[in-house]
Design a protein around this ligand. Structure first.
Ligand code: XBP
Ligand code: MG
Length: 260
């Protein structure tokens, strides 16, 4: 059974805090390929297929294996991919610094409400730490990193989502039982990771993930919502948002109490 008191919220980043993939990461990958003189172009449809693999370096390797069988692999393929990925991260963090990728509706509001309510906050993401720092500081300000007790990101765990490792790593550092927390995710890989770590999970879908299987989610929304921008409940208790029409901390506390 979930502990009665909700103590912490663990957030995924890409697709959850911000809609970063199609117009952010994908654009950065393409710019890195161009810089390297490669004629690879990941359009939005191909990128949707590639998103099945989490982790940018793993995604590049998957692309080579699945879509570039004739590409003459360099002697040190790991080094080649790592170099490409470093260039991609430069492009991506520059996009964030230019303010190209805003937070999704309700994200800043809920984070601030959660802080005021004394809830502990953490990040559990597959993306590179530099990307998390850039997103949080360019959208929430320089002190935003301090809002999060733990920022679990990228290569610090051996297996990326859908493996539960990154959530388990964060919970261990917080010395926290999963039943005392809620996770926020956006994708099939993400919820398999969070539920795999024992975390009751709230999902906000996006264009790339709306058809994914969220059968294990406590609640599925189209967004967290704002007072002037109502959220739509796609699965879960129809009273989950009360009369307000957006997700707030008291809704999370009620929802958490029902988690089996
Ligand atoms: C999403 C990912 C990441 C990003 C790209 O992570 O799978 O790999 O697509 O970032 P999450 P990197 O949804 O867990 O936030 O290139 O830095 O991996
Ligand atoms: Mg995600």
């Amino acid at each position: 059974m979930a502990e009665k008191t909700l103590q912490a919220l663990l957030f995924d980043v890409d697709g959850t805090l911000a809609d970063t993939e199609r117009d952010g990461h994908r654009v950065a990958f393409n710019r890195a390929f161009r810089d390297a003189g490669l004629d690879w172009e990941w359009d939005a449809d191909l990128y949707e297929k590639l998103l099945a693999v989490t982790g940018g370096k793993e995604r590049i390797r998957h692309f080579l294996d699945e879509f570039q069988p004739d590409f003459a692999r360099p002697a040190d393929l790991d080094d080649f991919i790592a170099h490409l990925h470093r260039a991609k991260t430069e492009h991506y963090t520059r996009l964030l610094a230019e303010g190209q990728i805003p937070l999704r509706p309700g994200v800043e509001r809920l984070l601030r409400e959660a802080r005021e309510a004394g809830l502990r906050l953490a990040i559990a993401t597959t993306t590179t730490p530099a990307n998390v720092e850039a997103l949080l500081t360019h959208t929430l300000g320089a002190d935003a990193l301090d809002w999060f007790e733990v920022i679990a990101a990228g290569d610090i765990v051996p297996a990326k989502k859908p493996a539960p490792d990154i959530f388990v790593w964060a919970l261990e550092r917080m010395n926290l039982e999963p039943a005392a927390a809620l996770a926020f995710e956006d994708s099939g890989n993400g919820i398999r990771a969070s539920v795999g770590a024992g975390l009751p999970t709230v999902v906000t879908i996006n264009d790339y993930t709306r058809s994914h299987d969220f059968g294990d989610a406590l609640l599925v929304l189209d967004q967290l919502g704002e007072p002037d921008q109502p959220a739509r409940i796609l699965a879960g208790p129809e009273t989950a948002l009360g009369e307000k029409g957006y997700l707030a901390v008291d809704d999370l506390q009620r929802l958490h109490a029902t988690a089996s």
